[in-house]
Ligand binder design. Sequence first.
Ligand code: M6R
Length: 590
Amino acid sequence: MCGIAGYIGDKNTPEILVEMLKRLEYRGYDSAGIACISDNSVIVYKDRGVVSEVMDKPDRKQIHSKVGIAHTRWATHGEPSKSNAHPHVDCTGSFVVAHNGIIENYRDLKAELIDKGHRFESDTDTEVIPHLIEELYAGSFEEAFRNSLDKLRGSFAIAAISKNEPDRILIARKDSPLIVGLGDGENFIASDAPAVLPYTKKILILDDFDYGIVSKDQVILKDIQTGNEITRDIHEIQWDITRAEKEGYPHFMLKEIFEEPTAVEDAMKTLHDVEYVAKKLKKYQRIYFLGCGTASYAGLVGKYLLERFSIPSELVLSSEFRYSTVNTVDENCAIIAVSQSGETSDTLASVKAARNRGAYILSIVNVVGSSLTRVSDNVIYTHSGPEIAVASTKAYVGQLTSITLLSIYLAKELGRIQGDYLNEIIDDMHSLPDKIRQILSREDKIKELAEILSEKNIFLYIGRRLNYPTALEGALKIKEVSYVHAEAYPAGELKHGPIALLEAGVPVVAINPNDDLMEKMDSNIQEARSRNATIITVGENCKIETPVTDPMLSPILYIVPLHLFAYHMATSRGLNPDKPRNLAKSVTVE
Ligand code: M6R
């Protein structure tokens, strides 16, 4: 939620900040702002709207400076408006702050500050921070900053500047991501790596309770609680800038769907890590998959895969797990946390709570060095590369690939799969990228179908067992990017209620793999057909045709046309699938 950026160096700061914000926009896009120091005063330029609407204006281009911070917002406290847009300043116009996260005790702090005579301009929680710094300032920006942090409860990634000390940006982190991009005679602050990638590949990743003093030639990191200096490793970003650009595609979502074959190949490269982790996992009596949204559906596929090998497991949504299931967790439990970003607040909180109760934590994550990886005993990276579109697509395919590998290697460890069959599955997995390319080569047909159905305002997705999660993911994607109501049900449940929604022309997307449940699926399809629903089957010899595969791998193949379908539904309805309303890519708040 929200992207923050900062720059200090000899280049023209506003231009760099705007470029950085455009690369962070997937984190929020209801308003944008920059704050710079110029001629000994703080200049704030901000408004409601996406970055280009707010920033590509002649008066903004008049601002020149060598230090500044910036923000692109996903509203939590206060509606999207100019006054609620960040950065926020104190009463004297000396201190200015951009923040990502939630200050939970802001009401109390605000009341105290108002009593002391501070004037507030916004409804945000963030605005207490510059006023706190103002209140606590006694000649040292750093001291006032650190003392302010001490008063904050909740989550924060903060960047702050002061006209009193224009040679530095102060930063801090707790439960919201923040990195420093290291340049030569210049440094960059950002919520995520794509923002700094045009300028540097070297980054420092702040840990919880770190704060820092960033000047153009130096970065000093310290511990918020002790004030002692600390060191963090320098990471080298492994992927190229082009991976975070559209490369000729009209939208990131489409580009990322076309990267799904590579997502399988990249996830397959971690076979060695998977084998290692499977050996550790085998000793646990209870396995819980955790995740939110799309990541939770990948976890649900994991549960069905393990059940195929008679290994019990559960998928629990992170937002529920942390307040209930966690009470049943102990050292006999293993948690498999699935997350693209590795920053999802509910997943992180659940993992920390389970860890406190002695559980073993394995995370399946895309973003290297993200918060989740730092609270896990082991990590399997999916290596899907940056996923910029808010709707997750290739990351899901990467997660499914890693989870499938993990399931079969755990089955091997437990003696539940024959060596020959395991080898067959691995061979089949190696053929998946080409099979996905075949599906993608038929994009036109899927586009045509989406155009025909684009006016429909309700969809039903049905699937059984391993492809019930496919139905869930297909339906979520339609909801997210097309704003069409879509329900997903296990096909056997249709007759227990949702069949009442069916009438002539209601589209029913039926995921129909060639397995032992095919006849059951056929019966469910007939039930829908008898109510004159429009049936769209997905599978071998189906309306949306997929290449032949082992049914175990069908979730990886079958989701591809459904991702494409959702994309084309959105564009047929004149919507921008990269920026769905009300959503943000990383949900770092509860
Ligand atoms: O970064 P994560 O994988 O933890 O994110 C989990 C969900 O927030 C995410 O999958 C969300 O549901 C996407 N918008 C789905 O497209």
